[in-house]
Design a protein around this ligand. Sequence first.
Ligand code: TRP
Length: 332
Amino acid sequence: MENRKILYSAIQPTNNLTIGNYIGAIKNWLDLQEQYDCYFAIANMHAITVRQNPAELRQRTLALLALYIACGIDPEKCVLYLQSHVSAHAELCWVLNTFTYVGEMERMTQFKDKSLRHADNINMGLMDYPVLMAADILLYGAEYVPVGEDQRQHLEIARDIAQRFNNALSPTFTVPEGLYMKVGAKINDLQDPSKKMSKSAENPNGSVFLTDDKDTIIRKFKRAVTDSGSEIRYDPQNKPGISNLLAIYSAFGGKTVEEAERYFAGTGYGDFKLAVGEAVADRICPVQAEQARILADREYLDGVLKSGAERAARKAGKTLSKVYKKIGFYQI
Ligand code: TRP
């Protein structure tokens, strides 16, 4: 543990995760926890930059924690915690605000997008979101930050803020590097395989959610669009539907795409789609059962959060106190 490099990431407890998120993000974290000193947060402070239903936010927080653990993220191996449990996040965010320019926040793509989508609630938190994210990362001295491509700009600003502070005062923060994971990159929409599978697809049959039950999963795969011809061959150009299904099968069925092609040679599209649905359900349904079991054990979950918060606060507190000293806050 001692001389491992530090890695930090977080997920907001707001999204309905798809099987693309599972393959693109959560599954990678399983490998990362073996190699790095990992801090994984549930970013509920980021979540409230868009209006949330409080009861739902609370419930989704626990559901996401239980999901992480059910997927194999081990609270003994990494620090799993809730962002709002560690007050240093808000405190460092305040200091970093004074090293961040209004103009650069106004230019952030996600801020502009969300301002359009939530025109009635363009609040200060929404604009400050990247600074809070910088505080998250910098508090832990993280060297690596696995995120989706959509977070690249936020990570760049975190690096800028760290460097700006280091230059203005003295070297304090580790400048983090992004590990860009192609979240659901190879998994496309089942109804429109030219598009990435997303949580907010127009046609809900196009996305398979980690919360879908077995019947729903099978039904969605049975309805998946295929291509002309009858051959099960990986050819994203000419056979986007079949290729997507082969990629999904390979991710969930533990075979390479070539092995899957050989395995399904001569099979009809209908049977093939059913087999892909079953491979996904066989992997996802036990995780759901485990998630439900963990979710019912509130005492265990509270224990995980308590221990996570303590370990996170210890690390974060050291950084914050260094920052307070450098900035000239009189300490007693
Ligand atoms: N903004 C990230 C997202 O929506 C979540 C997040 C919050 C995060 N803080 C972080 C990711 C720190 C990496 C590091 O995906």
